[in-house]
Ligand binder design. Structure first.
Ligand SMILES: Cc1ncc(COP(=O)(O)O)c(C=O)c1O
Length: 391
């Protein structure tokens, strides 16, 4: 491999959330942090060099979005997802969660219903509730260690909703939805006049042989009835740059969204936002394929380790991204004692599954985007705690 993902990088002194929030959140800082979704690998050199080059200039003034920024996005989605888009369809958003919050404000009113499929990335329902919209939960079905959509329930529940927030691919659980599944969602939503916000932040981290399908590409009705949120932030480990974008095919939806973001000056971006996205998409293919290989190995390793040493904890193997949902229900612990077990006995900071909705109770989410030696240390700590507690 050209890139070294085994390198251990000390993040202290960089205000890294993963590290700095240990004490306030868990009351101790001697935990291996395997929670918030960024990677402990170096951000790719071609992105760092771009930022460093810009910093060499002595003036940090207002910044234009260069043509090359749009071209990089257009080329990336065409090459990877066979999706033809034009520049005018792209709107900058300062992060995907911010973009979703703007869209909720634009397209719904207080009291409106918004559907989500738990267990799901918690800001989907937190942002919605925060705007006084009602959240409708349509839980996924866990079968044979994979999540599936309960289409019958979805069709029934979505009828009275204004919006469905789709996580494509899904977090946690890592399901890459097939074109057929997305087509079915599109048809149900179009029939019931439910707008779809598709969060595709994990798309570029899809593992072969799975293939990511942008929601808007599955049918004409999907294209005309959706907002697609994308960003290189997860795949290229640049989440701190808060640079993402929304692709909206439908003219009138796009006009409403742009009026809101431009009117409140929310889409200006910042000096590091555009060239970094461009660098990721223009030069990132080789790095991405290598990081995916490393991540897949970490996933396989974790799965093997659990099967051999801790069979009552079962990994839900992600088809995309580096977050593994661990099914710990066979430990028969309450949500609080499960977290205490991971923190006080194993000395690990993971995400408590219940934060993704009550369907996540009994689960923990581990972030395996770290050097293998750290992952091994974490799994050994877990194994020791497991044997001391359960055997
Ligand atoms: C599905 C999903 N959407 C959005 C985000 C966060 O995106 P941003 O930092 O751009 O708001 C995450 C981060 O983990 C995520 O998993």
């Amino acid at each position: 491999m050209k890139y070294n993902f085994d390198e251990i990088i000390d993040r202290s002194g960089t205000d890294a959330l993963k590290q700095e929030a240990l004490l306030p959140r868990w009351g101790r800082d001697d935990l291996i942090p395997l929670w918030v979704a960024d990677m402990d690998f170096a951000t790719p050199p071609f992105i760092m060099e771009t930022l460093q080059k810009r910093c060499q200039h002595p003036i940090l003034g207002y910044t234009n979005k260069p043509d090359s920024y749009y071209t990089a996005i257009i080329n990336w989605v065409k090459k990877r997802y066979s999706w033809d888009i034009e520049r005018s369809l792209i709107s900058f958003t300062p992060g995907i969660v911010a973009g979703l919050a703007f869209a909720i404000k634009c397209f719904t009113s207080p009291g409106d219903k918004v559907l989500v499929m738990p267990p799901v990335y918690h800001p989907f329902f937190l942002v919605t509730k925060n705007e006084d919209r009602e959240v409708i939960f349509c839980p996924l079905i866990l079968k044979d260690r994979q999540y599936h959509i309960d289409f019958e329930r979805f069709e029934e529940q979505v009828k009275n909703c204004k919006v469905f927030i789709l996580c494509n691919p899904h977090n946690p659980g890592g399901r890459v939805w097939s074109a057929e599944e997305l087509k079915r969602i599109a048809s149900i939503c179009a029939k019931n006049k439910v707008l779809v916000f598709s969060d595709e932040i994990h798309a570029d981290l899809t593992f072969p042989p799975y293939h990511h399908t942008p929601f808007a590409t599955v049918s004409e009705e999907a294209a005309n009835n959706s907002l697609i949120f994308m960003s290189p932030s997860k795949a290229f480990n640049m989440a701190g740059l808060a640079s993402s974008f929304c692709i909206i095919k439908n003219d009138s939806l796009r006009r409403i969204f742009k009026k809101f973001t431009d009117g409140s000056d929310l889409a200006e971006g910042h000096i590091f936002a555009f060239r970094s996205v461009e660098a990721a998409y223009n030069y990132g293919e080789e790095w991405l394929s290598q990081v995916l290989e490393y991540l897949q190995e970490n996933i396989n390793y974790t799965d093997r380790y659990l099967k051999e040493k801790m069979p009552r904890i079962k990994a839900i193997i992600p088809q995309a991204s580096y977050l593994i949902f661990l099914d710990c229900r066979e430990l028969h612990l309450s949500p609080k004692t499960l977290v205490d077990f991971f923190v006080d006995k194993a000395h690990l900071a993971l995400n408590d599954g219940s934060m993704f909705g009550k369907e996540g109770e009994g689960f923990m989410r581990i972030n395996i985007a770290c050097p293998r030696i750290i992952l091994t240390k974490a799994l050994r700590q877990l194994e020791k705690a497991y044997h001391n507690t359960f055997e």
